[in-house]
Structures are given as C-alpha cells and as structure tokens.
Design a protein around this ligand. Structure first.
Ligand SMILES: CSC[C@H]1O[C@H](OP(=O)(O)O)[C@H](O)[C@@H]1O
Length: 342
C-alpha cells in the first residue's frame, strides 16, 4: 500500500489520521493542500515528509498557469511554505534543497521542462527511499541473533517512509530471516502512532506484535522480556545525538539501566552534519489538544495547561549503534558517521 503516489497531475496521500479504521487517500492539487497534510500528520515520518514535500514542489510547478514572470515568485513561495510545515525532521529540508537544485539547474529550459524535471526527481527520491530502507534493514538484521524480541516506539515503518521502513525495516529483515520472536510496540501517546499505525502495519505483514502502553516499557525490561530497542529518527546531529518521537529518550535510559542494546535506524539523509550536538536540534511543540484528547475525545479538564513536545533528544552515550543504508555507525559517532558520509 503506497503512502504517497502521483497520478495524472494529482498527488494522492494515504490519510494516516484515519488509520487503522479507514484506508483512504487525500487528493492534492495544490501545494497548500500538501503543506496542510504534513502539518496535520495526514502524512508523517521523517523520510515520508521529505518525499511528500518534494512531490508538493513538483505539483506547484506542474499546475502553475500564471504569467511567466510570476513563476519564480510562486515557486519560492511554495519552497518557503513547505519548509514551514514541521521543524524537526531534517529530511524535509534535505528534500527541499535537493528539489531547489533541480529547479535552478533546469530553470533556463522553461516552466514545462522544470515541471518535468521536478516530478522526475521526486519519483527518484521515492524509489531511492525504498532501496535505502531495504539496505538499512539488512545491515540491522545482522546485529541480532535468533530469536530476538525487540521493542520500538512510534511508527518508523512503511507508513513513515516510501516503503519497508527504517526501524521496522530492521524488524522486517529479522522476520524474513526467521530471527524475530516478537515486537513490542509502544502505543506512543499522544498521537498513538504505535497503536494505530505500527500495530496495523505489522499485522498486515503477519509480523508478531504486542501492543503496550508507553508506561509498561520499564516493567517489560525488568522482567527480561526484551532483547533490544530499535527506533527511528527525525534528526541526528554529527555527534550521534538523536531526535526522535517523544518517549524515545525514556526508552534509551531504561535500556541503558537494564544493559540492553539501543539502536537507531535512519538513512544518512537524517544526519545533520551542520549540527555539532543534539542541543541544536529544533523540537516541534504541537497543539495542546493532542494531549487533552484521545482520538478527539476530551480526557481532562478543558484548557488545562499542557506540555506537548513532539520529539526528544537521546544523547549519543545511550545509543549502541546507528543503522544506516551505508552500514552501522558505532561510537564514537562523530568519526563513524563522518566515515559513512565519505
Ligand atoms: C522513519 S522515521 C519516523 C519518525 O517520525 C515520527 O514522528 P511523526 O510521526 O511525528 O512524524 C517518529 O519520530 C518516527 O520515529
């Protein structure tokens, strides 16, 4: 099931706010619709946000029907709009920068050629992401012995990418090799990506999964029911500090206390080499009602003050390894990530 696809000048997005109960696609004909869909988590997940924004740029060029002199202004407006949607996942900015390069390279050939080149680049980005995730999964699988039980948080699967997934890509490869005993999926409050998306995705593929609430992870480790933790990432600093879904840091501390391996799985496009540490990673704060409500139903006192950061930062000293499509980076990460970049 594709998370995003282009058909006859229309971009279709799998609406992840409706999962698992309803499978439906949102048809986007304007970049503004794509931007709102990213903001509203219709599409989410660092790699998927990037590719979706890339398609949003192509959509704007494809659908432009104004006077030639307005084209550059409109396209800059679209680049800025898409860049303003969510601040943490660096894949968004990596993808937009890549599209901007294609735009600049082809601008002299005229609007039609620009539109064709931008769509081709977005399609290539889509295909590359799937291949990247499969390579990452196969590197990660080799880290584990049969029969391994792994814990994960949020959704870093096919639904967060163009296919196969990052953390769930490692889990898929372990399952393919007959190494996987069980996956424990944290429900991942407040938006419930684990309960709604990871459980659904793994069940679709016949991969064994057990759902837990986020506050059960400690007891699970205390009872030796987990062999390791594998999570995704939204932005990794040059020293390996990693921003990921809120609750990831808590799992890293628990894993460290219980002597369990804690791995991050992410494509190299998630590493932001311009940041020396995680202190510089911008953290998105989201709508307080995400915490005050569950699936739209109020669970607390109206207008109670809320703290709702969508991500936290796990320091590199709590990370056993960073699994990428170029191999597994081990501590010290500033040198091992730089070596993989080369
Ligand atoms: C494959 S990385 C996905 C990454 O993105 C998620 O955040 P969100 O659902 O808010 O986009 C979460 O941090 C995942 O690990």
């Amino acid at each position: 099931m594709k998370t995003v696809y282009w058909q006859e000048g229309v971009l279709y997005l799998l609406d992840q706010t409706a999962l698992p109960g309803t499978v439906r696609y949102q048809a986007c004909r304007e970049a503004e619709e794509v931007a709102q869909a990213i903001r509203d988590l219709v599409v989410r997940g660092a790699p998927l946000i990037g590719v979706t924004a890339a398609y949003g740029v192509a959509l704007a060029a494809w659908g432009f029907d104004g006077p030639e002199p307005d084209f550059d202004r409109r396209m800059q407006e679209v680049f800025d709009l898409l860049a303003s949607t969510r601040p943490t996942a660096v894949n968004l900015f990596w993808a937009l920068n890549r599209m901007k390069k294609v735009y600049t390279e082809h601008r002299a050939q005229g609007r039609e050629q620009v539109a064709v080149a931008l769509l081709q680049e977005a399609e290539e980005m889509f295909a590359e992401d799937v291949a990247t995730n499969q390579a990452m999964g196969d590197f990660g699988e080799k880290l584990f012995a049969p029969r391994v039980t792994l814990l994960t948080v949020c959704n870093a699967g096919s639904l967060a990418t163009c296919g196969y997934g990052t953390a769930l890509g490692v889990i898929r490869s372990c399952h393919r090799e007959g190494k996987l005993a069980m996956v424990y999926a944290c429900e991942t409050r407040p938006v419930l990506q684990g309960a709604r998306l990871t459980v659904w995705e793994l069940c679709q593929d016949g991969i064994p999964v057990t759902l837990i609430t986020d506050n059960m992870a400690g007891t699970l480790m205390q009872q030796s029911k987990v062999d390791g933790v594998v999570v995704g990432a939204d932005r990794i600093a040059a020293n390996g500090d990693t921003a990921n879904k809120i609750g990831t840091y808590m799992l890293a501390v628990l894993a460290h206390y219980h002597g369990l391996p804690f791995y991050v799985a992410a494509p190299m496009s998630t590493v932001d080499f311009s940041l020396s540490s995680g202190k510089e990673i911008p953290i998105e704060n989201r709508d307080p009602d995400e915490v005050r409500k569950v699936m739209g139903t109020p669970i607390t006192v109206p207008d109670v003050p809320v703290f709702n950061p969508a991500f936290d930062v796990t320091p590199n000293r709590l990370i056993s390894g960073i699994i990428t499509e170029k191999g597994v980076a081990l501590p010290p990460f500033d040198s091992s990530l730089a070596a993989l970049r080369g």
